[in-house]
Design a binder for this molecule. Structure first.
Ligand code: XIL
Length: 399
């Protein structure tokens, strides 16, 4: 209980810190490298950021699906990082900037600047942007669904706040984002329990999910709409997700894809196999799949899911320096298996987004244990390509 509370507080502190420390988009300090500079530097620096062949992820996917990364707006101050991102990815997700606590910290007080900065960068690099997320129980301000006494708001007030947020936010980004994670992590992790008992659900009722999708569709009929969750490759959540898909469809709600976060672990060898089965199951329900937050954790963690509130107080930190070659190879094999599954489901999986860019930016350096050195992504901290990148490019190059 204590750790849950402190985690929530921590999440809020992170959000607050982001909002105050991120410089405003004033076009001066924020300017990312213009496209011409990226191109010129990539000719010289190609070995530093791609594999030996010089192939990039962005080139290798050949338009079969989008290849994305999550980033924070303040990372746009780092030209090495922006060069890597512009060369390798064609789609961005704001890691925190589009969350309710970032965008509307107080009723009617909107803070669009950090998210707009990501949009500006993406547009200049001809990249798409995905909005994450309109309704979530974390990194969301308490006022939205709770009164000053902490009790749930009445249904009509909760609905008004949900609609007000979605109208303003989806309206602001209309035509600038290709789609929205409308609701994040609404399904319960507990055995037979279907929906998580979130503040939105307590105020509005079970149909808050349907309402959120309806509001989002009206606010931008051109945007794709996703339901996003973690651990939905595994059987328990898969069945509940199928129930939700059917409920949304029976109400005539637009649902384009299930977002599968895919915070996978090297110690879970069946991850790719479960992913394969889940994609087949979701496709059978008539929806697409986006892999929305991919990483492959190399450290031990008790948690199979990705509940940001699930903190662990201690955990081994065995690789504070470089990742040993044998572990890097095992991780490469794991990534290869994931991308083989993606290729197998061509036309169903419309996007794969990595949750971060290089290992130094991964949230797994601080979750579920704070202050470890994780190595979950395709580039290392020095922005050098890892064996995992080579493995992914190999899968993408195969005929
Ligand atoms: C994480 C961010 O990466 C962190 O920077 C932040 O402190 C907490 O949230 N599932 C999600 C993402 O849907 O929004 C979470 O992102 C990771 C788990």
């Amino acid at each position: 209980m204590d750790s849950t509370l402190s985690a929530r507080t921590f999440a809020r502190l992170v959000a607050t810190a982001l909002m105050v420390s991120v410089p405003r988009a004033n076009g001066q300090t924020d300017a990312p490298p213009p496209r011409a500079r990226v191109a010129a530097e990539s000719a010289a620096g190609v070995k530093a950021t791609t594999d030996a062949s010089g192939e990039t992820l962005r080139g290798a996917v050949k338009g079969r699906f989008l290849i994305g990364a999550a980033l924070m707006s303040r990372q746009l101050n780092d030209p090495k990082l922006t060069d890597l991102v512009a060369q390798q990815f064609d789609c961005l997700t704001g890691e925190n900037e589009f969350k309710p606590a970032s965008l509307q910290p107080a009723p009617g007080r909107f803070n669009f600047a950090p998210a707009d900065r990501i949009i500006d960068f993406a547009q200049r690099q001809n990249m798409r942007v995905v909005g994450h997320t309109l309704c979530w129980h974390n990194q969301s301000p308490a006022w939205m669904f709770r009164g000053a006494d902490g009790k749930p708001l009445a249904r009509d007030e909760g609905l008004r706040n949900l609609k007000g947020h979605i109208d303003a936010v989806v309206g602001h980004f209309k035509g600038k984002v290709i789609g929205w994670d409308v609701v994040n992590e609404a399904i319960s992790d507990e055995g037979d329990e279907y929906l998580r008992n979130t503040p939105a659900r307590r105020a509005i009722g079970d149909d808050y999910i349907i309402k959120a999708f309806e509001f989002a569709h009206v606010a931008d009929p051109g945007a794709e709409l996703y339901y996003n969750d973690y651990a939905n490759e595994y059987a328990g959540k898969r069945a509940k997700t199928i129930r939700l898909i059917r409920e949304l469809k029976s109400r005539g709600v637009r649902l384009d894809a299930v977002g599968m976060q895919c915070h996978l672990k090297l110690s879970d060898p069946d991850g790719p196999e479960q992913l394969d089965q889940a994609i087949t199951a979701y496709a059978g329900e008539g929806v697409k799949v986006v892999i929305s937050e991919l990483d492959v954790d190399v450290l031990a963690r008790g948690n199979r899911g990705a509940d940001v509130a699930a903190r662990e107080r201690a955990g081994a930190n065995p690789y504070p320096g470089d990742l040993p070659p044998d572990v890097a190879e095992r991780q490469a094999t794991y990534y290869r298996r994931v991308f083989e599954v993606v290729r197998k489901h061509a036309g169903v999986v419309t996007r794969v987004t990595l949750w971060g860019t290089h290992d130094g930016t991964s949230w797994l350096n601080n979750w579920p244990v704070r202050g470890r050195t994780n190595h979950a992504l395709l580039w290392d901290r020095a922005l050098q390509p890892k064996p995992a990148l080579k493995a992914v490019l190999g899968v993408l190059a195969a005929p």
